[in-house]
Design a protein around this ligand. Structure first.
Ligand SMILES: Nc1nc2c(ncn2[C@@H]2O[C@H](COP(=O)(O)OP(=O)(O)OP(=O)(O)O)[C@@H](O)[C@H]2O)c(=O)[nH]1
Ligand SMILES: [Mg+2]
Length: 450
């Protein structure tokens, strides 16, 4: 039986050269590794990666940008020392870098960790500490992407034959012989990554993950990706289009959705709604006043919806004639953004009271929106909302996405939202966001954000 090998991209595509890992995984689409190697971009989803590491692999190669003191673009191969056991408190789930991922993985299960290698690229452009977003990978690191692909092809051949082997890299100045090294790792002048403590990693990423390890237990039923793809097919067969509503708590999802549902019912659109919360059936009660079939979904503490939950309700509850299903996700702009629900339309809402910088702070949510809805516009003046700054910020993470201005108090924009959702259901063209749920589940950026 051949060795089981994982190649995992790690990094934030919105933070300059930190996009290295995801870019390498994209490049592997064009030059695929042999069968038997699982290749996946984990982006900033460190917890998904931690769970995946417990999946019975012999070896995992993490592909990441890391400051090691080399010339920009230098590739290094490092074998970190694995953390010992799960003693002590579990590491907090934020700020996932490879060291924290490994540490978290040891706390999540009893299964042994695979041998872990890190293929690291020295970044050239790093975001300043005060930058929320620094799109654009440097030419130097982009060049390293193809070299990394070549290196991975060579390494994979060796590792598939012998998971304990020391795979070579393709250039003489790169570490030819990975050996045990702690993370944060030793750095030597030149190629070998062994001797001195690393400087703190300014690319240490904040995680777009859930709030606790308990959340992860369910969240990383990260079969989500495959389930979402099959759910999308099943929904298409049934002629159901799903609109997934994402926003922070209290942005006005329920208030607006109630009005949209009421309009849809008036127009005899076969519509239904599922609303998800950690607790209470309040939102379902409010939405049911529209006359549409509505179901409350309680997530038992989970901060987002997953495709498996939606699939259960589609199978057991969704009225047969439904052609349009609204899903009000849990109020949270972080975790839900990472979970594809098989939706046709992802609508991200933001109230004018939240501040015009939110697209920059939550680029995964805003960058994956097919449509953005501004709510509570009646409060714009009182809140001092700078709408042109909001549009400029949004353009940086999702150029060209339409923004619908709404007010649930007056009904402004309600018809427009319904029109957009119906157009998507009926096969009209839908905006293509820079970040899209990938059929294989990871988010990727087909077009660089500029
Ligand atoms: N002034 C004003 N208030 C609004 C508007 N839309 C919603 N609200 C109020 O904002 C509060 C939150 O609205 P909800 O619709 O419950 O927000 P939500 O996004 O569904 O909240 P969660 O489900 O908890 O995430 C409520 O008090 C609403 O009455 C609006 O257009 N204008
Ligand atoms: Mg609500």
């Amino acid at each position: 039986m051949s060795a089981r090998l994982l190649v995992a991209g790690v990094g934030n595509i919105f933070l300059a050269d930190d996009a290295f890992g995801p870019e390498v995984i994209r490049a592997l689409d064009r030059r695929p590794l042999p069968p038997g190697v699982r290749v996946r971009d984990f982006g900033i989803r460190g917890m998904d990666l931690a769970y995946e590491l417990l999946g019975g692999y012999d070896t995992a190669v993490l592909v990441d940008a890391a400051v090691r003191g080399h010339r920009p673009g230098t590739l290094s191969l490092i074998e970190p020392e694995l953390p010992e056991g799960a003693a002590g408190a579990p590491p907090e789930a934020h700020g996932m870098d490879p060291a924290k991922v490994l540490s978290l993985a040891t706390h999540l299960g009893d299964e042994p960790l695979p041998r872990v290698l890190v293929l690291a690229c020295e970044p050239e452009v790093r975001p300043r500490g005060d930058e929320d977003i620094a799109p654009g990978i440097s030419a130097t690191v982009r060049d390293a992407v193809e070299r990394a692909v070549t290196a991975l092809h060579a390494m994979v051949e060796v590792l598939l034959a012998d998971p304990r082997a020391s795979p070579p890299l393709s250039r003489p100045e790169e570490s030819p012989d990975p050996s045990a090294a702690r993370l944060p790792r030793p750095v030597a002048d030149g190629a070998e990554d062994r001797q001195q403590p690393d400087p703190p990693d300014p690319l240490a990423r904040s995680s777009a993950m859930c709030e606790s390890v308990d959340d992860v237990t369910q969240a990383v039923l990260a079969k989500n990706d495959g389930l979402a793809a099959s759910l999308r097919d099943e929904l298409a067969r049934r002629g159901v289009s799903v609109a997934n509503l994402l926003s922070s708590p209290g942005s006005g999802k329920t208030e607006l959705l109630g009005r949209v549902l009421a309009r849809a019912v008036e127009r005899r659109v076969p519509v239904a709604a599922l609303t998800a919360d950690l607790a209470t059936e309040n939102d379902a009660r409010r939405l049911a006043r529209s006359g549409a079939p509505v179901k409350q979904l309680l997530t038992d503490g989970l901060c987002h919806l997953e495709a498996r939950q939606l699939r259960g309700h589609v199978e057991s509850w969704l009225p047969q004639d439904t052609s349009l299903l609204f899903v009000e996700n849990v109020g949270n702009l972080v975790c839900p953004a990472a979970y594809d629900l098989g939706e046709s339309l992802r609508i991200v809402l933001m109230a004018v009271t939240e501040g015009e910088d939110k697209p920059l702070k939550y680029p995964t949510a805003f960058g994956s929106a097919h449509l953005v809805v501004l709510t509570k516009t009646d409060l714009a003046e009182a809140a001092g909302f700078d709408e042109s700054a909001f549009h400029a910020n949004l353009r940086r993470v999702n150029p060209g996405v339409e923004v619908v201005r709404t007010c649930a108090r007056t009904g402004d924009g309600v018809d427009t939202v319904l029109e957009r959702v119906l157009a998507a259901r009926d096969g009209g063209s839908v905006h293509r966001p820079p970040l899209a749920p990938h059929p294989h589940g990871h988010v990727h950026a087909p077009d660089p954000v500029s």
